[in-house]
Design a protein around this ligand. Structure first.
Ligand code: NAD
Length: 499
C-alpha cells in the first residue's frame, strides 16, 4: 500500500488542494512508495495563521510548563524510536542503526530544550544608577520557520523546532519532499506530548512553499539547512525584509593525516565518516589530506583493504554498513562526479560504479569509490559530491595541509589525525572551518554546544542549537527602571548617565 502525505496544520491533517504531488521512493527497492502533496500559498497562509494564533497562549505559558511538554515529547520519541527509524530507513535509505543515530541526535537537542527555564533566565543589575535597576529578558521572536534537507529527517527538524518551541515560539516545518514521513509523525507526537494545536505545523512542498514562507510578513525567523546556493538565496530573501535568518549549506570536510598518526585507527574512523549513510551527510569526511608520500601510500593501501570489507545492503539489513542513495537522480549525479574526477586526471583506486545488489537490482545503490592524487584545482574537489566517494590529496607540509581546508569554499567540518598535541592545537586555532575534530572524524558538536560551519557552509550569524539556538529564537529586551520614591526633581537635557 502506498502512503499519501498531506500537511499537518492546527493540530490536524489538512488535505492539500494544490493538485501538485511528488513521488516518495523506497531507495532500497527503487519503487515508488507514496506521494506527498506540495503546498500552495493558501495552505502556507493557513499554517502561518495557525502558528500566529497559537503564539500568544504558548509564549505566555511559564517556561516550566513548556519544558514539561518537551519532557513528554522526549519520552514519546523514545517509545516510538523503532517506528520512526523504520520510516527513515524506508524513505531515505540509511541503515536502521544510522536512522536511530539520526533520531538520537535530535533527541539530544530536545533534552537540552527541557532546560529552557534556566536557558532563558534574564540578567539583573541592581543599583545600576541612583535608585535605578536594569534587567534583561529573552522573549520568543514569534512564528518561526524551518526548511530542512532530506539527509536527516529527524535530527535537523528537532535541532530547530526543539529549541524554538521551548523558548515560546510557534513553528512551521517545511521538510524535504523526499522523506516527509518522520517530520509529520514528529508533529503528531508533539501534540500528544501536550503542545497546543498550531504550536508545530508541517507544510509539505517545494520552492513555491519555501518562497511563500520566507516572504510572509508574519514569519519572524527562518532556519534553513540544505545546499549552499539555496541557503544563500534564502538568506538574501529573508534579509531583504529584515527577518532573522540562519541558513546552513553544503560542505567538503577534510581529514588531515599527519605522518605521526595511527594510520590503522584513522582508516577505521575515516571509512565510517566517508561512507556511512552513503556519504550523504553534511559532516561526511570526503577529502583526506595525507602529509608525506609515505603517509599517503599507507593510507590508500589500508583504505582499499577496508573498502573491500564494507558491506552495502538494503536499509533494513542489520549487517550492512550503508544503504542506497536517496534517489536515482542523485546516484547519477554522484556517478557523473566520479567520471569528472577521472577526466580531470585523478587516480580512481576503487570504482563503486556498476554495483548491483542481488535481488535488489532496481535499488539506488552505489559501491564505495576512492580517488588518489586529487589536485586542489579539480572541480570534483571544489564541489560537494554528497555520495560514497573519498578523495585523497597529498601534500608535503603541515602548512599546506592547513591551507587546503582553509582555502576551500566550504568550511563546515575538518578533522586532524595526529599524536602531536602541539600540532593539533595549532591546527584547531588556525584553520578556517567552523567545527574541528582532533582524532574525531565527525566533529558534530553535542547539543549544548552549537552546530555551524563557516564560509559557504553557513549564511547568517547564529548557529543551530546550544545557546546560539536559544538566542536565534529569542529577542533581548532590556528594562531600566526607577520607582517614584527615587525620582529626582526637574528635567534634564543632557544624555543620562548613571553617576
Ligand atoms: P536542497 O538544498 O536540495 O533542499 C533543502 C530544502 O530546500 C528542502 O526542503 C527543499 O524542498 C528546499 N528547496 C529545494 N530547492 C529549492 C529552491 N530552488 N528554492 C527554495 N527552496 C528549495 O538540499 P538536500 O538535497 O535536501 O540536502 C542535501 C544538502 O544539504 C547538502 O548540500 C548538504 O551538505 C546540506 N546539508 C547541510 C547541513 C549543514 O548543517 N550545513 C546539514 C545537512 C545537510
Amino acid at each position: 500500500m502506498t502512503k499519501a502525505y498531506d500537511h499537518f496544520i492546527g493540530g490536524e491533517t489538512v488535505t492539500g488542494a494544490s493538485g501538485n504531488y511528488r513521488d516518495i521512493f523506497n531507495p532500497s527497492l527503487g519503487d515508488v512508495s507514496g506521494t506527498v502533496v506540495l503546498a500552495n500559498s493558501e495552505e502556507v497562509d493557513l499554517a502561518v495563521k495557525s502558528a500566529q494564533e497559537a503564539f500568544h497562549g504558548w509564549s505566555a505559558l511559564n517556561p516550566q510548563r513548556r519544558a514539561r511538554v518537551m519532557f513528554n515529547f522526549k519520552r514519546l520519541i523514545e517509545e516510538h524510536a523503532d517506528e520512526l527509524a523504520l520510516i527513515i530507513s524506508e524513505e531515505h535509505g540509511k541503515v536502521l542503526a544510522d536512522s536511530h543515530g539520526d533520531i538520537q541526535r535530535g533527541l539530544d537537542v530536545i533534552e537540552f530544550a527541557c532546560g529552557i527555564p534556566h536557558l532563558t533566565k534574564g540578567e539583573y543589575s541592581q543599583g545600576a544608577g541612583p535608585g535605578i535597576d536594569v534587567y534583561s529578558m529573552r522573549q520568543p521572536i514569534g512564528v518561526a520557520v524551518g526548511i530542512t534537507p532530506f539527509n536527516f529527517p529527524a535530527m535537523i527538524p528537532m535541532w530547530m523546532f526543539g529549541v524554538a518551541i521551548a523558548t515560546g515560539c510557534t513553528f512551521i516545518l517545511k521538510p524535504s519532499e523526499k522523506d516527509p514521513g518522520v517530520p509529520l509523525r514528529l508533529a503528531e507526537l508533539m501534540m500528544e506530548a501536550g503542545a497546543p494545536a498550531g504550536v508545530l505545523n508541517v507544510v509539505n512542498g517545494d520552492k513555491a512553499a519555501v518562497d511563500a514562507l520566507i516572504r510572509h510578513d508574519d514569519v519572524k525567523a527562518v532556519s534553513f539547512v540544505g545546499s549552499s546556493d539555496i541557503a544563500h538565496y534564502v538568506y538574501q530573501e529573508c534579509a531583504k525584509t529584515g527577518k532573522r535568518v540562519q541558513a546552513m549549506g553544503g560542505a567538503k570536510n577534510h581529514g588531515i593525516i599527519l605522518p605521526d598518526a595511527d594510520i590503522a585507527q584513522a582508516v577505521k574512523d575515516i571509512s565510517g565518516a566517508a561512507y556511512g549513510s552513503a556519504g550523504e551527510r553534511c559532516m561526511a569526511l570526503s577529502a583526506v589530506v595525507a602529509v608525506g608520500e609515505k603517509t599517503g601510500d599507507q593510507f590508500v593501501e589500508a583504505m582499499t583493504d577496508e573498502i573491500n570489507r564494507l558491506k552495502v545492503g538494503i536499509s533494513t539489513d542489520e549487517e550492512a554498513d550503508y544503504g542506497p542513495l536517496v534517489t536515482k537522480e542523485h546516484r547519477k549525479k554522484v556517478e557523473d562526479y566520479i567520471q569528472m574526477g577521472i577526466d580531470e586526471g585523478a587516480e580512481l583506486v576503487v570504482d563503486g560504479r556498476g554495483f548491483s545488489l542481488q535481488g535488489y537490482e532496481s535499488g539506488f545503490f552505489l559501491g564505495p569509490s576512492l580517488f588518489d592524487k586529487v589536485k586542489p584545482e579539480m572541480k570534483s574537489y571544489e564541489d560537494e559530491i554528497f555520495g560514497p566517494v573519498l578523495q585523497v590529496l597529498r601534500t608535503e607540509t603541515f602548512e599546506s595541509a592547513l591551507d587546503l581546508p582553509s582555502q576551500h569554499q566550504y568550511g563546515n567540518g575538518v578533522a586532524i589525525f595526529t599524536r602531536n598535541g602541539g600540532a593539533a592545537r595549532e591546527f584547531a586555532q588556525q584553520v578556517e572551518v567552523g567545527m574541528v575534530g582532533i582524532n574525531v572524524p565527525i566533529p558534530v558538536p553535542v547539543s549544548y554546544h552549537s552546530f555551524g560551519g563557516w564560509k559557504r557552509s553557513a549564511f547568517g550569524d547564529t548557529n543551530q542549537h546550544g545557546m546560539e539556538g536559544v538566542r536565534f529564537y529569542t529577542r533581548t529586551k532590556t528594562v531600566t527602571q526607577r520607582w517614584p520614591e527615587q525620582m529626582t526633581e526637574g528635567s534634564s537635557f543632557i544624555m543620562p548617565t548613571m553617576d
